[in-house]
Design a protein around this ligand. Structure first.
Ligand code: NAD
Length: 474
């Protein structure tokens, strides 16, 4: 790795934004300043430099793992591989993880990790060697452990990297029966769980559906009805953005009129074929050349008029510089930290409703929680009781048919008879989580002194974490 990447620029407003949003909510709930100081900052940040032999030469890699809160253990949060990662960013993301877990009642503390590297510059074998070395560094100081700190995928990492981490950890601790619970987001065939890859996008869909179930909330954004026909612009067609866009268009009838990627944006007022666009991007590496209108100025595309803008790329995309020009009625934050504090203030004053990141993208950590439980229990969901439910349903159908004296139509009984498999259980748990959390946040929004959804979500998280600290000791 070139030396310049070992010292990425440290200054970023991401952590500052998260902290100022926290301060705004702490004031709204009247949080004790001492407790606020305890809660706001990371408890521990571990910086690591380690060598890996790549193409006959040693390269030194630099990474971080930050632990924000330990009021619940294990702490939880993704690991990011990107050319520019720094401590500020990792700390901000770790803080968001604490608030995220609290708001959706996932019993974890917050953590996050990052490694400075551009995955595109390395072969799969090299990435495996780097990931295994990083895992060893983290494990030796308990920054990865099934009971203390459990990483997951984030930008630049996915099931493959998680499988390498889990395998490396198991080699280090072969007598730990729960070793595979040391990371989540593993492939379903390697002790992962079905539905984890798309979980964050699925959670965005469930969160948006719940928002539109409350007409008075949608009305605050100047919207009504359901997601059907809503004009959506998505920034970032990666894991989160692709799945969210695909589910919203395929299952809810939303019109994805614009998609923004690194090389520019594509538009179709009739609604883009998200699957075909993703396929085009896989084949060509970008959006250019897809047979619709293309604009190389991706940043300008954020300002296109639409009903729902879904930033699903990276932090700091909507800033004081462009917030005044955003023409979306609703901003659904699928990425972490896409709106800076200053931009948030501008959007608030303009009446643009923002569904905040640490609520809306909590689907990933929620399903990670299910995966962790599955790993600890060593059994997949549905294995013990699926056939019992099917048997009971068969008996119920038989009893009804005996009572009415004729067979029920098969299209009616098919749905009744099928027992829930793992994916059904996961989706049900995720849907319930996203709905309940939204209802709690909106109660705070309408009834408290929060003023907007983000501050309300912070208020809910702050209350839960502070209660925990007060009851168990700081
Ligand atoms: P990803 O790497 O799969 O996707 C990010 C996409 O954004 C990529 O396609 C990239 O090309 C694009 N992108 C980057 N910069 C851009 C720019 N300036 N303009 C337009 N597009 C740009 O990552 P992901 O896992 O989908 O994560 C996206 C965001 O969601 C991040 O903020 C991440 O922290 C957050 N998040 C991810 C998960 C998860 O489960 N993966 C969970 C919660 C939150």
């Amino acid at each position: 790795m070139p030396e310049r990447n070992l010292h990425p620029p440290a200054a970023s407003s991401f952590l500052g934004s998260v902290n100022r949003m926290f301060d705004r909510a702490a004031a709204a709930v009247g949080l004790d300043p001492g407790l606020a100081a305890v809660m706001k900052h990371c408890r521990a940040v571990y910086q690591v430099r380690f060598p890996v032999r790549i193409r006959s030469q040693y390269q030194v890699f630099v990474g971080w793992r930050a632990v924000h809160s330990e009021h619940r253990l294990p702490t939880k949060g993704g690991i990011r591989y990107a050319p520019v990662v720094d401590q500020d960013e990792v700390e901000a993301l770790a803080a968001l993880m604490s608030y995220k877990c609290a708001v959706v009642d996932v019993p974890f503390g917050g953590s996050k990790g990052g490694l400075c590297l551009d995955p595109a510059q390395y072969t799969a074998d090299e990435l495996e060697a780097i990931t295994r070395a990083f895992t060893r560094e983290l494990a030796r100081r308990q920054f990865v452990s099934p009971s203390i700190n459990v990483p997951a995928p984030d930008v630049g990492t996915g099931p493959r990297e998680m499988a390498w981490m889990a395998d490396e950890y198991r080699r280090l601790y072969p007598d730990d029966i729960n070793a595979l619970a040391c990371v989540t987001g593993k492939p379903a065939t390697q002790s992962g769980i079905r539905g984890r890859v798309e979980a964050t996008g699925r959670g965005v869909q469930y969160g948006l559906r719940e928002f539109f179930r409350h007409p008075e909330d949608a009305a605050r954004a100047g919207l009504g009805g359901t997601l059907a026909g809503k004009r959506v612009v998505v920034q970032g067609l990666g894991n989160v953005g692709y799945h969210a866009a695909n589910f919203l268009s395929e299952e809810d009838g939303a019109k994805v009129i614009g998609v923004i990627e690194r090389d520019g944006a594509v538009f179709d007022p009739a609604g883009l074929d998200v699957e075909a666009l993703a396929e085009h991007r896989r084949a060509t590496g970008g959006l250019r050349g897809f047979p619709v209108r293309f604009d190389p100025d991706g940043a300008a595309a954020l300002e296109v008029e639409c009903d729902i803008l879904i930033p699903a790329a990276l932090e700091n995309q909507i800033t004081a510089a462009n917030a005044g020009r955003i023409r979306a009625k609703l901003i659904a934050e699928a990425a972490n930290g896409p709106v800076t504090f200053e931009a948030d203030e501008v959007l608030r004053s303009r009446g643009v409703v923002v569904i905040p990141d640490f609520y809306l993208n909590a689907g990933g950590v929620t399903v990670s929680y299910f995966e962790w439980i599955k790993n600890l229990s060593h059994i997949r969901f549905g294995r013990m009781d699926r056939r019992i439910h099917e048997l009971r349903a068969d008996r119920t159908v038989a009893a009804i048919e005996a009572a009415v004296g004729r067979p029920l139509p098969p299209e009616l009984t098919a749905g009744l008879r099928a027992g829930a498999d793992e994916l059904d259980v996961i989706r049900s748990g995720l849907d319930d989580t996203m709905r309940r959390a939204y209802q709690e946040v909106r109660d705070e929004w309408h009834g408290g002194r929060s003023g907007d959804l983000r501050t309300a979500a912070y208020a809910v998280a702050i209350r839960k974490i502070s209660r925990s600290y007060q009851e168990m000791g700081v």
